[in-house]
Design a protein. Structure first.
Length: 62
């Protein structure tokens, strides 16, 4: 019984670690650019824009 309790406890810790680290990596991919382009976009095509997060290694406007 003690082994089962220990196993469940360890599995719970692993699960919590995975769940808590998931949104950070997803957010990083959503808010940071891995590649940029210097191509000019016509103003009529721009609907909205935002700056990349300050935690991103590359500053950009998307």
């Amino acid at each position: 019984m003690r082994n089962l309790t220990t196993l469940l406890f360890l599995l719970s810790l692993c699960f919590l670690h995975l769940v808590s680290s998931g949104p950070v990596s997803f957010e990083y991919k959503n808010r940071c650019c891995s590649k940029t382009s210097n191509t000019k976009i016509p103003l009529k095509n721009i609907v909205t824009y935002r700056r990349t997060s300050s935690s991103c290694p590359m500053k950009a406007i998307v």
